[in-house]
Design a protein around this ligand. Structure first.
Ligand code: BJW
Length: 229
């Protein structure tokens, strides 16, 4: 049985029409990270942060999974159908839902999900609704303590125990479309490379490129389907 962990970043959704963070026309070129992507920024101006994520939510409604998302979903399907003796876990840093819409099921959103909100009182993560505001009561505990279900800088990403276990047990670690500058995800290749093969798919070598056994450069919609084929 082959165990594969695939780490995805904003680059896999770029050809669906979603902006990456750090590219030439990246999201961070128009916003200060400290205003949007930190708990302090949200405490200072929750409406501004809400506006930012509402803009991303609106954009998400108009995009579709691309050939790279679909290729990964097909690989998982081969495992369920018994035509491949393997197991695929997608660990995505992305808050979009394009992997799910492509059909992937074994997936961890380590940085949260755009289409959910999180209650800081009870921890519930109900789906986001258009009338959700920072003062809206949580549907579970009724306190007005909802925030975007997004992991900001200084916060601990979700499901780290499960991710660490999967990295420890995998035979192949693949990173797709991530710049390799944000930890802990940027450190996964080092953890996996003690015992597993490692591969990177990107437009250009990422920050951690020297740690990968193999690099495949090019747009993910071309390179990933060729690899999965
Ligand atoms: C294509 C393509 C195509 C384009 N085909 N490829 C100093 C040293 C080390 C660490 C730290 C430090 N100071 C602070 C830290 C920690 C900090 C950190 O890493 N900071 C660095 C910036 C220095 N990390 C944290 O705070 C994290 N928490 C943490 O560390 O807790 C401690 C802890 C952890 C574990 C256990 C115990 C304790 C939290 C990080 C939260 C990140 N959140 C964000 C925002 C969420 C969503 C939102 O607001 O919209 O997550 S930031 C942003 O960056 C987002 C992304 O998921 C993340 C990574 O970005 P990604 O996906 O790599 O996108 P880009 O744009 O950077 O790159 C795109 C890539 O695609 C490029 O390489 C392109 O070439 C490529 N590409 N088109 C293929 N078509």
């Amino acid at each position: 049985m082959q165990r594969i962990v695939v780490l995805t970043g904003a680059g896999i959704s770029q050809e669906s029409g979603l902006q990456t963070f750090r590219g030439e026309d990246g999201l961070w070129n128009h916003e200060r990270i400290s205003d949007i992507c930190t708990p302090e920024g949200f405490a200072r101006d929750p409406l501004r942060v809400d506006r930012f994520y509402n803009g991303l939510r609106a954009g998400l409604a108009h995009v579709h999974p691309n050939a790279a998302h679909k290729a990964l979903a097909r690989l998982e399907e081969c495992s369920s159908a018994g035509t491949w003796d393997g197991e695929l876990l997608i660990v995505t840093q992305n808050i979009d839902d394009l992997h799910e819409r492509a059909g992937s099921r074994n997936i961890i959103h380590m940085h949260g999900e755009l289409m959910r909100v999180r209650c800081t009182s009870c921890g519930a993560t109900p789906p986001w609704h258009a009338d959700c505001l920072p003062q809206t009561p949580c549907p579970t505990c009724h306190r007005p303590t909802l925030r975007p279900d997004v992991v900001w800088f200084g916060e601990i990403p979700y499901h780290m125990d499960r991710i660490e276990r999967a990295l420890h047990q995998c035979d192949l670690f693949v990173a797709i479309g991530t710049s390799g500058v944000v930890y802990p995800a940027a450190g996964f290749v080092q953890q996996a490379s003690t015992h597993a093969e490692t591969m990177e798919f990107n437009m250009e070598p990422s920050a951690g490129n020297a740690l990968f056994d193999q690099t495949i450069l090019g747009p993910a919609t071309k390179t990933v389907p060729l690899w999965v084929r």
